[in-house]
Design a protein around this ligand. Structure first.
Ligand SMILES: [Zn+2]
Length: 202
């Protein structure tokens, strides 16, 4: 919430090392996610007058898993545009939430970094129009060492992923909050650090 308000006030990008609990629904927890922080943040921004009903908000979900909780939370709110690049071979497999995604990019288990980044570029190129704010769910469970994500990215690929995402947001002049999303390996923290240093240096 703090990062979102700062991003709205000042522009630019604010990085939350936690958050991005994209499996939690408004009514229940799911998949290691106790509550849906982006949904709660959206409600608070509305109530406190930082955004208005109908303002377009972008959610870019680059975690290895489909963000079913965000899709469910914003099922009936077309102002929220969802881009979701995920491993379609793994949990969660709900078709009704997958169908809510505006810009879907479905990958298979074993997808390598080069293919992932090419697919991400295609998905990012489909973002059009103006947005008040973007949330990014930047899960590091895309790493090859991760036991749950099923993808084969390196830490360098993750850094490149963040560079691609942030340069697109900068190009479209969309302030953003990055959230941590999932990451279940001992290399997650160092991959996030590498990505932040890489983005800060570019
Ligand atoms: Zn995940």
């Amino acid at each position: 919430m703090f990062g979102a308000k700062k991003a709205l006030d000042n522009g630019g990008v604010y990085w939350n090392l936690s958050g991005g609990y994209h499996h939690a629904m408004p009514q229940n927890m799911e998949g290691f996610c106790i509550y849906n922080d982006i949904g709660i943040c959206y409600q608070q921004l509305l109530e406190q007058g930082h955004i208005n009903q109908g303002d377009r908000i972008l959610i870019i979900d680059t975690d290895a898993h489909h963000g079913n909780g965000n899709a469910h939370t914003f099922m009936d709110n077309p102002s929220i545009v969802l881009l979701d690049i995920y491993n379609a071979s793994i949990y969660p497999v709900n078709e009704f939430t997958r169908e809510r995604v505006d810009i879907p990019m479905k990958l298979k288990s074993g997808t390598d970094g080069e293919t992932y980044l090419e697919c991400l570029k295609i998905a990012l190129s489909e973002i059009v129009g103006e947005f008040k704010l973007a949330f990014v769910v930047a899960g590091t469970d895309v790493l090859a060492v991760d036991k749950l994500g099923g993808l084969k990215l390196t830490a360098d690929d993750v850094a490149e992923r963040e560079r691609l995402t942030l340069s697109k947001l900068a190009e479209l002049n969309i302030p953003a909050v990055i959230t941590g999303g999932g990451g279940y390996s001992s290399e997650s923290a160092s991959a996030v650090a590498k990505a932040i240093l890489s983005v800060a240096g570019s």
